[in-house]
Design a protein. Structure first.
Length: 261
């Protein structure tokens, strides 16, 4: 069994499940390929207003890439490069989802799963979640783009601590270094995440998309920013029917009914 990535829609919310529970949702090469395809489906679905990425069950978000495939898929240098390209394609597809993406982290989040979680906009974790990047214990290098995301999120010193030590850290330590955003008790994590996502779905979709795009543009080098698209994203909100609806609803003291138009 190589596992699967399952897409489940609940109204305007899309769930992406890493489904390989026998291996604590370790991500096989086939799953990386499926993740890229499922993320592209979400991006193309105009009805989706938010996305949750999670592992199947509550024992793990994902125990990293499936190490049992490393000898066959990641042994020679060329294969290792191809494998990293596979993972980066999937991560890029998740990052490209235009609506907010929340990583819901139960239990283990190890190795490549940390990089995948960092591709999401926010990370909510259970109090008993744990995080590690054990590349130094496997004799491999963490992929260069993944290290870049790690440094951008938690800073060079914290990135060095995780990569040098390969040590597993708990949820509180992860939050202190800004690897995750919120901690909830395990039995509350799903409910609290759903409450937050429900809040997002009530807000104007174009505003959320614009905010996500403009924030993401502002954390890259200025020379690489698409200024025209930044201005276009903001302008699309002011020219939308949702803007008119939002103003009317405020003046009439009622909840707005946004259509994403």
């Amino acid at each position: 069994m190589s596992g699967s990535v399952d897409l489940v829609k609940k109204g305007q919310l899309a769930y992406l499940y890493l489904n390989n529970p026998e291996k604590k949702n370790a991500i096989s090469a086939e799953m990386w390929e499926q993740l890229a395809a499922r993320a592209a489906e979400v991006s193309a679905d105009q009805d989706v207003r938010a996305t949750v990425l999670r592992g199947y069950g509550t024992s793990a978000f994902a125990a990293g890439a499936d190490i049992s495939q490393f000898e066959s898929r990641r042994s020679a240098s060329s294969r290792g490069s191809n494998y990293d390209d596979l993972t980066e394609s999937a991560i890029a597809a998740v990052k490209a989802i235009p609506v907010p993406v929340i990583a819901l982290v139960h239990g283990f989040c190890l190795g490549g799963a940390v990089s995948l979680a960092l591709a999401c906009d926010l990370r909510f974790a259970s109090h008993d979640a744990s995080f590690a990047i054990p590349a130094a214990r496997l004799g491999i290098s963490y992929p260069t783009p993944a290290i870049g995301r790690l440094v951008a999120q938690i800073g060079a010193s914290n990135a060095k601590y995780l990569l040098f030590s390969a040590k597993r850290i708990d949820a509180q330590s992860a939050k202190e270094m800004h690897l995750i955003d919120k901690i909830f008790r395990q039995e509350e994590l799903d409910l609290q995440t759903d409450k937050f996502v429900d809040l997002l779905i009530e807000n104007a979709p174009l505003s959320l998309k614009a905010a996500k795009y403009i924030i993401d543009q502002n954390v890259i080098e200025e020379s690489k920013r698409d200024i025209d698209k930044i201005h276009s994203a903001a302008r699309s909100c002011f020219e939308s029917e949702d803007y008119k609806e939002g103003v009317r609803a405020f003046m009439e003291s009622r909840k707005p009914a946004f259509q994403g138009k």
